[in-house]
Design a protein around this ligand. Structure first.
Ligand code: UDP
Ligand code: MG
Length: 325
């Protein structure tokens, strides 16, 4: 059992644009199913059985990550390791780090060429996995589950999630109906070079899209939670939104930050200069005083801000050199 190094301080190295290849048939390749577990004691045995049933005949490992559960999940997991050491692996985190960190730890400790992520709460259905692996066989790098008939609360979960999915699709350019669905299958290559923290596991498809992965969306089953409690509510939306900005920035500008900062600077300075010229011309022709105009103060301020932004861009460029060299 290993303690994970993928805590909140996990390193940031996202800009490695890996080559995406499509080979290896999913039926023969080793499959790793990574399962984050936080207080799911009453779901684990049924989950294990469902997974085992749907993966029969394949080469697979089930990588359970205990995310600091306090309800006895860990002892059930140890029991599963004892009964099926051939397939069950256990990663034990020292405390509760959150779903994303748990997933990152599981991926780090898995070996399969193909990685399937799935929730432990039986809301996702392991019976969907074979169908997703067929899509990998067809040559896709990411198979994204879509809970077309989602069994969660409307107001606090489904509605915010619709808005979030629309926004993430627009911002990242990778159009998916359901970024939030954990059940997805990946070729390992697309998971490399993307460090996961915060709420970022949901953005893996967007990152994969940015390095040229072939992505397909498939409807998957979704069940109401029968045992245990959902760990999240509406507050997650804010985190997801902030992570979206970060991910967008990392995907688009981590290699050339001056384009963002410099671009902002120029966008502030040019119109402000035009305003100053207008004020000057007005002073010379009509005679209106320049200094007393609020336009003068505003545009001066924006010019200063613009220069600051460009300077920040230079600092960011210095930081990024570490990567280029
Ligand atoms: N989870 C985790 N650590 C946490 C919270 C959740 O590993 O801090 C796991 C949880 O056990 C489940 C999955 O992440 O397997 C999704 O959690 P949950 O069902 O609460 O989220 P929802 O389905 O409501 O989005
Ligand atoms: Mg759930």
């Amino acid at each position: 059992m290993a303690a994970s190094r993928a805590g909140p301080q996990a390193g940031l190295a996202m800009a490695t644009h890996g080559q995406i290849r499509a080979e290896s048939r999913a039926t023969k390749a080793l499959l790793s199913v990574v399962i984050p577990v936080y207080n799911e004691v009453d779901n684990l045995r049924a989950l294990y059985q469902a997974l085992t049933a749907s993966l029969r005949g394949r080469q697979y490992e089930l990588v359970f990550v205990d995310d600091g559960s306090a309800d006895g999940s860990l002892s059930v997991l140890s029991e599963l390791v004892d009964t099926d050491a051939e397939h069950v692996r256990l990663v034990e985190l020292r405390r509760n780090f959150g779903q994303t960190a748990a997933i990152a730890a599981g991926i780090d400790h898995s070996q399969g060429e193909i990685v399937v992520l799935i929730d432990a709460d039986m809301q996702n259905d392991p019976a969907d996995i074979p169908m997703m692996l067929e899509k990998i066989d067809e040559g896709y790098d990411v198979v994204s589950g879509w809970r077309a008939d989602r069994k969660d609360r409307m107001l606090t979960r489904r509605f915010p999630s619709r808005v979030a999915n629309w926004l993430i699709s627009k911002v990242t350019g990778v159009e998916l109906h359901d970024y939030g669905c954990t059940l997805k299958a990946y070729r390992r290559e697309v998971l490399q070079g993307f460090r996961l923290y915060g709420e970022m596991h949901r953005f893996i498809p967007a990152y994969a899209g940015s390095v040229g992965a072939r992505i397909v969306e498939v409807p998957v089953r979704h069940h109401p939670r029968l045992h245990g409690k959902a760990k999240y509510g509406l507050e997650r939306t804010t985190k997801v939104l902030l992570d979206l900005f970060t991910v967008k920035f990392l995907i688009s500008y981590s290699v050339k930050p001056i384009y963002l900062f410099g671009g902002t600077g120029v966008a502030l300075i040019l119109p402000s200069l035009a305003v100053l010229v207008f004020l000057l011309v007005r002073r010379l022709t009509v005679g209106t005083a320049v200094l007393s105009s609020p336009l003068f103060q505003t545009s001066t301020m924006l010019i200063i801000l613009g220069f600051q932004s460009i300077l920040m861009g230079f600092i960011a460029e210095l930081l990024v050199r570490t990567y280029h060299e």
